[in-house]
Design a protein. Structure first.
Length: 100
């Protein structure tokens, strides 16, 4: 019984050590789409009102506008082909509108 308990504790310590030392260099997966777009040197980024309004223009001609206001979040995407989509999040309620 002592042998089983001792080996279990050693195995548990070894597993927890391996899990804590795993590779954490996957920053791109953890960053949001907006953060990746803002860091792209080809995109033109404008930040207004202390980060409450963000406007991103891509080389392809797409324009993304993001606005945060008192618990409300709005995202508007005007694509180069003329289509448009809007996302509004208000107190956990998500509304999506797409125009082609």
């Amino acid at each position: 019984m002592k042998y089983l308990l001792k080996n279990s504790l050693i195995l548990l310590a070894l597993i927890s050590g391996l899990v804590s030392c795993r590779n954490t260099d996957n920053d791109n997966e953890e960053k949001s789409e907006v953060q990746r777009m803002m860091e792209d040197p080809d995109n033109k980024v404008e930040v207004k009102d202390d980060g409450d309004k963000i406007k991103i223009e891509t080389p392809e001609g797409d324009e993304i506008k993001i606005k945060k206001d008192d618990g409300e979040y709005k995202k508007k995407v005007d694509r180069a082909d003329g289509s448009e989509s809007k996302i509004k999040v208000d107190d956990g309620e998500v509304k999506v509108k797409t125009d082609n």
